[in-house]
Design a protein around this ligand. Sequence first.
Ligand code: AP5
Length: 215
Amino acid sequence: MRIVLLGAPGSGKGTQAALLKEMYGIPHIATGDILRTDVAEGTDLGKKAESFMNDGQLVPDDLILEMVEARLGRPDTRRGWLLDGFPRTLPQAEGLRDMTERIDQKVDAGVILNVDAEVVVRRLSGRRVCESCQSVTNVSEMQAGACPLCGEKLVLRPDDEPQVVRKRIEVFEAQTRPVFAFFNEHYDVIEIDASKPVDQVTEALRVGLDRYDHS
Ligand code: AP5
């Protein structure tokens, strides 16, 4: 199964992808996670990407397309994949279409997680990431100030500072929302109300994705 998760920053792509990955046994490929690892490791890509990310801007399309094609070429993608955070621009959407034709990996469905901007701002201001295991949680669900999985320190992502979140929402509206129309034109699309609680969103996704081949 090959799924593309689309949605605004904070719509819950990463949260749902972590659950779907287990449900369907396919790799979760998140361009934001790959970039953050490259930034942390100080690779050439990380050095080029860091300032764009910290300013809430998109990393240039050519770097992203090269990175995604390399990732889709790895052996763990044979049973399928779940793309999160890509494509984010029309050139990336066209690049994905060309790339999947070239490597003969058809996209089964695009999933659009719909959520209002005020929900995004609330969720991202409350998001915390574990410094050690990178798991994501929210202050609204936390019992203590430490990671619920490994007990280590939780931190705010640099691009979750309020002024950067505002920029990311602007960039999403200008550059990523047009990708939804592209998907509606070229692929099967499932639209989900992602303002609901996590388990209800997961259930809606499961129902929507049930008709595709999971073998
Ligand atoms: P990226 O890491 O992809 O960030 P994003 O798309 O902005 O998405 P987020 O990770 O902020 O949110 P999410 O939708 O995954 O929500 P989450 O599940 O964490 O990209 C970061 C940067 O990298 C970009 O700005 C750009 O610079 C660069 N980049 C990445 N890909 C690129 C590309 N293709 N092209 C160019 N540049 C690229 O949830 C958020 C919070 O809400 C969490 O606290 C969570 O616990 C909570 N939550 C989730 N679901 C629910 C729910 N249903 N109810 C209540 N709370 C919820």
